[in-house]
Design a protein around this ligand. Structure first.
Ligand code: PEP
Ligand code: MN
Length: 338
């Protein structure tokens, strides 16, 4: 439940409410707005039965939160969150562009792509060092060697970096090299990994599971946040449907739906959603028009020879052309580009 305080309620009233909640073994999450403070309560609320919270001076009203996700819930935190990723941020003011290869293949490949995407306006370099491939015989990633190239690319270009982790061990290694952790679609409900990501001390990009509902996805975010990490960004990357002309079906409606349910930033990955290079640009534009806070786009210096996801990867020239075209869309949405 949430306790909505009266406008400009004094600090003593807020403290009194918070104290009563904690005294009964529940956790308090304060959201202080300019006028109104909202006190979110997590835990077994039957323990507050008969405590007459609404009679404490300064309390305006008590609203039950019926959804199972609390910390990610918009009711707990009614203004959109801004998530800091190193020196850049993801939130309502700008459009964050994450771009890079599906997989880090070599030092030269990554540095070439990093320089190109930086020039085109990306602020975060993506690149997989641990690849969750459908076939065990496909390229599985360079692991720590790849992460070292990420660090070097970041130092040279000033780009922030993101890499997917697929296990506790890969997470433990990755935190030493990158600025943001990615939990991929296949691991969205790996609850142990979500908890570990919640303790890792870095912001987390949580991709939507292949067949996950929005509610399941928000509950997955809750696992990370419940460990004390509020820095979660959601990424719509297409869901599995009966349609076969694209790799997945981009659920563009997820963007406004999420905006009505959560304060967490939402980005869109048109590359994995479509699986087809030619569809990436139109889907990227639709994402901006729908209110997405960012995009994740696969880019390769030589897609024909890519070790993973070549058919959906933009060339550096195509990526540059796309970012130029996105600028007016950002303006219409009142966002700064990148
Ligand atoms: C990726 O971003 O490299 C990836 C594997 O994406 P997803 O988890 O969305 O399939
Ligand atoms: Mn990929």
């Amino acid at each position: 439940m949430i306790i909505i305080m009266k406008p400009h309620a004094p600090d003593e009233s807020i403290q009194k409410v918070a104290h009563l909640i904690e005294e009964n073994g529940l956790t308090v999450h304060l959201s202080k707005g300019e006028e109104v403070t909202i006190i979110g309560v997590v835990g077994d609320k039957t323990r507050l039965a008969g405590k007459n919270l609404e009679l404490i001076p300064g309390v305006d009203r008590i609203v039950p939160v019926t959804e199972s996700y609390k910390l990610s819930n918009l009711k707990f935190h009614p203004s959109p969150s801004v998530i800091q990723v190193g020196s850049t941020e993801i939130g309502p003011n700008n459009l964050t562009i994450m771009a890079g290869p599906c997989a880090i293949e070599s030092r030269e490949q990554l540095l070439t792509i990093a320089r190109g995407v930086k020039k085109a306006g990306a602020t975060i370099l993506r690149g997989g060092a641990y690849k969750p491939r459908t076939s065990p015989y496909s390229f599985q990633g360079l692991e720590e060697e790849g992460l070292k190239y990420m660090k070097e690319a970041s130092e040279e270009t000033g780009l922030m970096t993101i890499c997917e982790v697929i296990s506790a061990a890969s997470l433990e290694t990755a935190v030493n090299y990158v600025d943001m952790i990615q939990i991929g679609a296949r691991n969205m409900q790996n609850f142990q990994l979500l908890r570990e990501a919640g303790r890792a001390g870095l912001p987390v990009l949580l991709k939507r599971g292949l067949s996950a509902t929005i509610e399941e996805w928000l509950n997955a975010a809750e696992y990370i946040m419940a460990e004390g990490n509020p820095n979660v960004v959601l990424c719509e990357r297409g869901i599995r449907t009966y349609e076969t002309s694209t790799r997945n079906t981009l659920d563009i409606s997820a963007v406004p739906v999420l905006k009505s349910k959560t304060h967490l930033p939402v980005i869109v990955d048109p590359s994995h959603a479509s699986g087809v290079r030619a569809y990436v640009a139109p889907l990227a534009k639709s994402a901006v028009a729908c209110g997405a806070d960012g995009l994740m786009i696969e880019v390769h210096n030589n897609p024909a020879c890519a070790l993973s996801d070549g058919p959906q990867s933009l060339t550096l020239e195509q990526f540059q052309e796309l970012t130029q075209k996105l600028a007016p869309y950002c303006e219409l949405e009142g966002r700064k580009f990148s």
